[in-house]
Every structure is written in structure tokens, then in C-alpha cells.
Design a protein around this ligand. Structure first.
Ligand SMILES: [Ca+2]
Ligand SMILES: [Ca+2]
Ligand SMILES: [Ca+2]
Ligand SMILES: [Ca+2]
Length: 295
């Protein structure tokens, strides 16, 4: 519970920072997202061909003789994700994976991180936007930058520093072995054409300290990642009762008036394994409006 309170507090701080924000700003009508996507991809590729990663200073520099362009650096990887009905490519570079036994976060797990944020301008120059040096918790449900959610899945957190005898460290909370690297997100996976940095490709250098494994945003007993009913990897587009609240934030997923956490007939704390409708043997009660018994 202490952990959760801590999370609430830092999330309130987190909302003031980049990567967060809402989609509530009015968009330019008829904005051509596909044209913007092509433009961004062109400038990203140009940037990757003309810059390199300088390990010694942990930053990206204009390419010089004897160095390997980012585009040819084997540590640079890319991934295509479909968001807003467009296939976007983002690039990520894992310098250190992170040592945490919790493993990789899912797209909806809360992350404790620091970052250095820059934007890429039209002439392929980086402009510094913000440094966040204090490890801060970010709640995935409040992140407007979709690419951020995807990109953190390539890193693990660190582990809490301990005294030599294994007892808790007698000092400020410190993580060792954090996941480190950077990711480059086209504007379509960033703020799109609205928000704080419209139509900007963003570069985040991150250090992932910790995660909340199996974050359950609505605390209904179903971890948020398992509220991805259509299993497309995106829990934000699943809304069983069509009340405009995605299931991972909805405490009554089927809208039958019985809370999801109360549709747990066998009482094991997990509503996913309760099937009591012979007509729909594969639909759990919490997603089945025909079963509305509170247990
Ligand atoms: Ca989904
Ligand atoms: Ca739910
Ligand atoms: Ca229900
Ligand atoms: Ca159950």
C-alpha cells in the first residue's frame, strides 16, 4: 500500500513533465498524418546516417571519420507499431539492458525513470527540451506519447542498492544497474500535431530505475496488460462495454453493474478464471453481461 501511495504522489508530479499531457488540445482539422509520417521518417533516417553515438559522453554527435553512423551501429534497433491506423517506425538503442529480476515492463506498467529529452528540427539538429534528473514515476494511463509506452519495453530496471551485508542501504534510495539507452520517436508516436511539442520527432535518453510489475490501474484484479481483450498489444483500445473508458481503467468492464473484482466466483482474487455461463464457456464472467452475480 505504501508503494501505491508513493506512486500516486509521484504521478501527480509526473503529469507536469514531458511525455505526459493529454490529447485534449484541439487538433488542426484535416491534418495529413500520413504525409507527416513520411516526412518524419525521412528526417530520422537522414539523422541516423549523419550522426553517431559517442559512448564516452553518452550522447549523439555529428558523424566524423572513423566512427560508425548510428544507422550502421548494430546496437540500434527499430520496430514498427501501428498507432492511429498508421504504421510508424521507432528506433531504440539499448546501451545497458538493466539487471532487474522483474524483467521488462509491459506497455502499461508504471516506470520509475530519469530522462534527457531533445527534439529533432527540420535541419536534423537536436534541440534540448528538458532534463529530468530526479527519478520519477510515470503512470502509463497519463502518457500522451505512445512511443514512450512501446519503447520502455526494451529496457529493464535496476536493483536497489544494499549495504555490504545485504541489509537495506542506509542512505537515499539508490538503484544500481539501471537500464540505459535512448529511443527516437516520430511525431506520430510523440505528441502528433498537438500538445507540448507538435510535429516534433523526439529523442529520449533514459535510465530506467524500476517498474511496477503487472500494474493494475483500476485495481480490479486483472493486471492492465491482461485487459488487452483483442490481444493486439494495446490495452488502450479495448472497451468491452463501450463506455469510452478502456477496460484497463474500467472497474466494471462489461457494464453489468457488478464490479469486475466482485465477479470472482472462486474467490482466488483473479476474475480471469471464472466461467459460469454454459452458453459462453469461453467468456469470463467479468466480460459477460449475462452473468451478473456479485460474489
Ligand atoms: Ca487491444
Ligand atoms: Ca478493468
Ligand atoms: Ca461486471
Ligand atoms: Ca477467480
Amino acid at each position: 500500500m505504501i508503494k501505491f501511495k508513493h506512486l500516486l504522489y509521484t504521478v501527480a508530479v509526473g503529469t507536469l513533465l514531458y511525455a505526459c499531457g493529454t490529447d485534449s488540445n484541439p487538433r488542426i482539422e484535416n491534418f495529413d498524418h500520413e504525409a507527416q509520417a513520411i516526412k518524419d521518417q525521412d528526417s530520422i533516417v537522414k539523422f541516423l546516417k549523419t550522426h553517431y553515438y559517442k559512448d564516452a559522453v553518452d550522447s549523439i554527435k555529428p558523424l566524423i571519420d572513423g566512427e560508425t553512423a548510428l544507422m550502421d551501429d548494430v546496437r540500434l534497433k527499430s520496430r514498427v507499431v501501428n498507432e492511429y491506423d498508421i504504421d510508424y517506425t521507432y528506433y531504440y538503442f539499448v546501451k545497458e539492458e538493466g539487471v532487474s529480476e522483474k524483467g521488462y515492463p509491459t506497455v502499461v506498467d508504471s516506470v520509475l525513470t530519469t530522462y534527457r529529452l531533445s527534439s529533432l528540427d527540420a535541419s536534423d539538429k537536436l534541440t534540448k527540451v528538458q532534463d529530468l534528473n530526479t527519478p520519477t514515476w510515470f503512470n502509463a494511463s497519463q502518457i500522451a506519447v505512445r512511443g514512450w509506452l512501446h519503447a520502455f519495453t526494451h529496457f529493464k530496471g535496476g536493483e536497489l542498492k544494499k549495504e555490504d551485508d545485504g541489509s537495506p542501504y542506509n542512505g537515499p534510495i539508490t538503484y544500481n544497474g539501471t537500464g540505459k539507452g535512448f529511443f527516437l520517436l516520430p511525431s506520430g508516436l510523440s505528441y502528433r500535431n498537438s500538445g507540448n511539442l507538435p510535429n516534433k520527432t523526439l529523442l529520449y535518453f533514459v535510465s530506467l530505475h524500476d517498474i511496477v510489475e503487472n500494474t493494475d490501474h483500476d485495481q480490479d484484479g486483472v493486471p492492465s496488460i491482461f485487459e488487452d481483450v483483442d490481444e493486439d498489444g494495446k490495452p488502450w483500445n479495448d472497451d468491452t462495454d463501450k463506455n469510452n473508458v478502456p477496460n484497463y481503467l474500467d472497474i466494471d468492464d462489461d457494464g453489468d453493474g457488478v464490479l469486475t473484482k466482485d465477479e470472482d466466483k472462486n474467490g482466488d482474487g483473479d476474475p480471469r478464471n471464472d466461467f459460469n455461463d454454459p452458453n459462453k464457456p469461453n467468456v469470463p464472467d467479468y466480460l459477460n453481461r449475462d452473468i451478473r452475480v456479485k460474489y
